[in-house]
Design a protein around this ligand. Structure first.
Ligand code: DX5
Ligand code: ZN
Length: 227
């Protein structure tokens, strides 16, 4: 059986109540906290950094999944590791030396992930599969919450799933952008196992209800043949 993970993105949380928001979403069944870091350079928005990661770390016991949308990327990685990040992922366009950046994340004791934008080819994965714990497929262009899922991402998820299965390695396949109750099963059927969802969870009146509905939809997905 596939283990499905739901990773609420705190980008859509109420920042004036961030500690409570994080606690509540974990109590409602979140498997990880997705932590979006934007620098107003690599993406046209500015969010939160290692100090905020340190502040929420003691509040919850689920992994913190840091999605770096910053360029350059290397200098900030040790800071996030010290701040308690469990997984750190970055965009290949933001690193001059992708293999080295993946190794830097691992050397700092974190799981490492590579994030592919809608127009970024899967080729970037080919020579670094050994260093990947997570592949994150963007189903929106990064920078903002609340955008619509780009359907073409489904084909890319299928192809990334085939690469992971062929590698025989245990690599999480995460999808980020526009995921809601109504499309989460389709994304799982394409081969994803980890689902970032920001606005669909934090804009809902009842986090528990929306996460439960997502799990009910995931329960309808027939296990893939390779399992
Ligand atoms: C976009 C971020 C996403 C975003 C997802 O750049 O990486 O994590 O917060 O938000 P929704 O689920 O609202 O598309
Ligand atoms: Zn993200």
């Amino acid at each position: 059986m596939t283990t499905y993970r739901i990773a609420p993105s705190i980008l859509s949380a109420d920042f004036a109540q961030l500690g409570n928001e994080v606690r509540q979403v974990v109590a409602a069944g979140a498997d990880m906290i997705h932590f979006d870091v934007m620098d107003n350079h690599y993406v046209p928005n500015l969010t939160i950094g290692p100090m905020v990661c340190s502040a929420i770390r003691p509040l919850v016991d689920v992994p913190i999944d840091v999605h770096l949308m910053v360029k350059p990327v290397d200098r900030i990685i040790p800071d996030f590791a010290k701040a308690g990040a469990d997984i750190i992922s970055f965009h290949p366009e933001a690193s001059e030396h992708i293999d080295r950046t993946l190794q830097l994340i691992r050397d700092n004791g974190c799981k490492a992930g590579l994030v592919l934008n809608p127009a970024t080819p899967l080729d970037y994965l080919q020579h670094v599969m050994d260093k990947l714990d997570l592949i994150l497929i963007m189903s929106v262009n990064p920078g903002f919450g609340g955008q619509s899922f780009i359907p073409h991402a489904l084909k890319k998820i299928e192809a990334a799933r085939a690469m992971i299965d062929a590698s025989g390695k245990s690599i999480m396949l995460e999808v980020d952008g526009g995921i809601k109750v109504d499309n989460i099963a389709e994304v799982a059927r394409a081969g994803a196992d980890t689902f970032v969802s920001g606005s669909a969870i934090f804009n809902a009146p009842d986090y528990h209800a929306v996460i439960r509905q997502m799990r009910e939809r995931l329960d309808t997905v027939t296990p893939r043949k390779t399992e």
